[in-house]
Design a protein around this ligand. Sequence first.
Ligand code: SAH
Length: 349
Amino acid sequence: MKAILQDLNYQQIEDLVLRLGEKKFRAKQLYDGLMQGKRISEINLSKELRGKLLDEFEDCPIEIIKTLISADGTEKYLFRLADGNIIEGVFMRYKYGNTQCVSTQVGCRMGCKFCASTLGGRVRDLTSGEILSQVLVVNAKHKEGTKRGVTNIVLMGSGEPLDNYQNVVTFLRNVSQEGGINISPRNISLSTCGLVDKMYDLAEEGLPINLTVSLHSTTDSERARTMPVANKWKIAEILKACENYFKVTGRRYIFEYALIAGENCDSRHAEELINLLKGKPCHVNLIRLNEVKERSLMAAEEKQAYTFLSLLQKGGLSATLRRRTGADVGGACGQLRASYAQEQENNDN
Ligand code: SAH
């Protein structure tokens, strides 16, 4: 695989253009084209410069190979990377703007029992430019004139963002760079299964992004049943790291809590969750589990989900039950890629 131009920030593009013996102003043309989601071969450049760039860099680091459109307007994409690996992403429309969910790794090695992304383990990390390119191509698809197509980003696709720390931080800087696609860090949420040491590092980056932690249980032993990472980091350590994040960045934090039938959503769990989180500057995002066909875990009934929600709210927590967008077009994280892989296998046999 060749290098990827989208890995470079503006300064680095300028250095490259100068190294290739071109005038400095070419850097802006090139950078603007890239930020508009164009391939090198589509950007208005001299033939000579284009040739030099194509010798060294991938023309198209990422390509949408399949789009599924849900009745609620949600779009799911399968992307093919330059080395043939497949990742997926989601585009959701809300009143306040359009949110894109990006992947940070091909596969994942965290091993959560309810998640399809981790079924085949981690294949590789994505580069910062591969993460950015997901945003650039989807933004290009949805932008209207000068109005951005993507206004918000969540790092909640396949992969554990803090397990690919440096590339993810570079992505966060480049996607929020002025003069680029310039999405405000305040409109970006990073979700982690709770890699505590990296949560402390993230607080020091000077990036006021929203931090989301996948909690899904109220005790360490129960959490370890579905999330192997619980054997490494305790809930108490996660809560301390969240408090530190708030202290350093001033940002409230969010907990994801997927309601799994018979596992984590009776009144005892509601009580424990209230005891853990009461008075903290946080929000709880409930979601009924998206059932993954390779896994035996089942979603809580809708009625039970609303009962759980009202217990949390009565207990003084800020909590909402998230609607399951796009459930008709491919369900949970990683399912699309997994079913694509299965299809390819069936075709080959
Ligand atoms: N690795 C990161 C981000 C990716 S997953 C993390 O663990 O947070 C984004 C969110 O979807 C996480 O909260 C994850 O726990 C949740 N998730 C994964 N599979 C799910 C499923 N089948 N149903 C509901 N939520 C799921």
